[in-house]
Design a protein. Sequence first.
Length: 206
Amino acid sequence: MIKGKFITIDGVEGAGKSTHIKFICDYFNKKGINLLLTREPGGTDIGEKIRELLLNPEIKTIDNDTELLLMFAARNEHLKNKILPALNRGEWVLSDRFVDASYAYQGGGRGISDSRIDILSNWTLKDFCPDLTLLLDIPATESIKRVSAKNKDRIELEQIYFFENVRAHYIKRAKQFPDRIKLIDSTKSIEQTKKNIKNILSNYVF
Ligand code: TMP
């Protein structure tokens, strides 16, 4: 029996997830709700090892299906050994990225069809899905500018058209699931974006 709520935050690189995650945690803390913060790929011992493999810029060749399968292997571990137990204890969970990222990056970016990703999603998640997803949106040109040129991970090294396709796929998902995924214009100032997030959270939670 799931009692807690599961919130996810997603978007292309440089969209401001880190800044706004802090804000969201503070927002909930003030309401007396302690959020368990976690991330994908990662969040468990095995998941973090898989993350190291997936993001290692020295690994030049990885088949698109392998990349997708590793994302879902990490997610399976994350769901069963961290997210579900926490929700069942009545805790609230905030995940920095979740399944929408696979549709956006491996679907939009790498060109794997949604129907193939659905197979893995049905296998690992069944009918589980976030209660709310905050999707921070910026154009790909802005994303490239905001990510530091130094120390890019394997995925950050992709070209602009990759991020254009990722973004387009995120927007497509937001249109497909408008009740769950809230698209937030993250080109606005940090203060304005915080206000927009607060409005969504206040309508949703209290
Ligand atoms: P980040 O957490 O620092 O944003 O880095 C995670 C990277 O992994 C980011 O480039 C998005 C990518 N990613 C996928 O390609 N597919 C996924 O399913 C997930 C969760 C992340």
